[in-house]
Design a protein around this ligand. Sequence first.
Ligand code: AMP
Length: 396
Amino acid sequence: MIKSIEELELKGKRVLLRVDFNVPLTDDGKVADDKRIVRTLPTIDAIIKGGGIPVIVSHLGRPKGAPDPKFSLKPVSEYLINKLGYQVLFCTDFPSESARKLTTAAVNGEIILLENIRFFAGETKNDPELAEKLAKMGDIYVNDAFGTAHRAHASTAAVAELFSEKAAGKLMMEEVNFLQKSTKNPERPFTAILGGAKVSDKLGVIENLLNKCDNIVIGGGMAFTFLKAMGNEIGKSLLEAEHVELTKNLLEKAKSKGVKILLPADVAVTDKFEDRENPQIVSASAIPADVLGMDIGTETVKEFEKIINDSKTIVWNGPMGVFEFSGFAKGTFAIASAVANATKNGALSVIGGGDSASAVKKLGFEKQVSYISTGGGATLEFLEGKELPGVKALEI
Ligand code: AMP
């Protein structure tokens, strides 16, 4: 069982709070996108309102296990103070005794933010010693960092084992609830939409979803390995040759389980990996040798839209094409629009972070889908049927 933060006694407690403040920074070191910060504010506010003191732990970027000013959380601290009006004590000397004293001296209304936990090599190694030092900084533990829940790190896994009083933060709870709701007992038809560049990232997801979905819609670069497996020539399109056999097996399994796998019937192509204003559209079974597929074509959009419109549960991870180029964004945008439309008609739609989330936001459909996850990698692992270490560690 996992407790929610509402079930914890917070008054007078130092709450060691793992969040995902891994936000992009501008060249001059300012927060470029505050979405991840904003999504975790309800948890921070709940701790303060409940009389507790948040002692926040996060990572930012990928420092190499040692301090690196490029990845300091200082800009986040300044953002919390100057833009959001919080009283933040930025702590750069953890795990010293004075850092611990800062937590015991803090008063309700103040927040302590520890410097980037990945400045310690032990973080990504799930080091018990680092976890013990962290545990001294709080009386109880809350994890709201869904974006790193698929990693067993010292601040997400080992440290949680050291607390008897622990809970999922509001965002973590919401993320897990939406993913469970969409996959455990989905209202049918249940459709998964998968795209993006790498088929290898999603083979496990497809394998697992074959036991749950009615339809799996596949677009993006990963579709070409499937098209190849079906005997098509795919020109210079993305191919993971080593996965063609596995892909073939998946197609056969889908057939025997009665799961419909939908692949592009036509694709937008180009001779170079460059934007094209009005790209040529060719049949997926007749891709010329000297071009590469960059987006799903107009016929495919119609077919995919129909399936999506008839669905009652939808999960989506990965763009339908190279949507960073406007000429090849049409497929992704049409699918985002179809998902929004299906949601309006009563479907539950969950967007699994990453590029599909950006596409939905860019199009202004953010409020027209049921849920946008903050964790791309974590959602994928959940959809693969894997247990997320950051969630499991919260079990009591
Ligand atoms: P992923 O991280 O695997 O979800 O992949 C996302 C990336 O896939 C985006 O940057 C897209 O530009 C890229 N992508 C989507 N479709 C294609 C394609 N047909 N060819 C090459 N890259 C693609």
